[in-house]
Write a protein that binds this ligand. Structure first.
Ligand SMILES: *[C@@H]1O[C@H](CO)[C@@H](O)[C@H](O)[C@H]1NC(C)=O
Length: 196
């Protein structure tokens, strides 16, 4: 039986036409679902790459002190910095309000105090990444303060490590928001700054 005879027979059946319409509708719907899923996956991948590249920019700015060994470790194996925490994060404590002075105590220079970084007024505990945010770390400029502007610009300049990000472009604000979600997934929220 040729495909045409087959189709003819199909259309002769009294209830086949609605069945075909429904089948086609379902097929279109499924394709649509698959495409949406693919798009979302592509978007996530793109966002992940962007965050990685901005971390790399920051890393590169660390200067010539990085040995070739540490560089190759960072690029070959999945860098530890990107790994999600194994245990779930504690719930955010939004009732704790930090003054600038209080937050400044938490820049890693005091061994017995946790290290905090604030983004857009939210204070994150980054003590687990002391090597990065502590006094000898490449990201130390962000510690003990709200460094939103620098994060948006992927900058490590001291003058950019300030809370006021009003001068950021739309693209830089997007980078800042990417950093926020990056931190939100990895570091406990311990409070907010007074001026948030
Ligand atoms: C949240 O912060 C407040 C104010 O500093 C504090 O009293 C409270 O114990 C904190 N809650 C938790 C669960 O840490």
């Amino acid at each position: 039986m040729s495909i045409y005879t087959f189709m003819e027979n199909l259309f002769k059946e009294p209830y086949t036409l609605p069945t075909i319409v429904i089948t086609v509708a379902i097929a279109v719907f499924i394709t649509h679902l698959q495409e949406t899923k693919k798009l979302n996956e592509e978007k996530e991948e793109e966002q992940r790459k962007k965050i990685e590249s901005s971390e790399n920019v920051v890393k590169k700015n660390e200067g010539g002190s990085t040995s070739s060994e540490s560089t190759s470790t960072a690029s070959s194996s999945k860098p530890k910095a990107f790994a999600l925490p194994e245990t779930p994060l504690p719930p955010p404590n939004w009732s704790r309000i930090f003054t600038h002075e209080e937050l400044a105590q938490h820049d890693g220079s005091k061994d017995d105090l946790p290290i905090y970084v604030a983004i857009k007024g939210t204070v994150f505990d980054v003590t687990t990444k002391k090597a990065m945010y502590g006094p000898s770390g490449g990201y130390h400029c962000f510690a003990g303060k709200d460094a939103s502007k620098a994060l948006g610009m992927s900058s490590l300049k001291a003058e950019d490590c300030i809370a006021d990000y009003s001068t950021l472009s739309e693209k830089e604000r997007k980078t800042l928001d990417d950093w926020y979600s990056f931190f939100e997934k990895r570091y406990p929220i311990v409070g907010k700054t007074g001026d948030a």
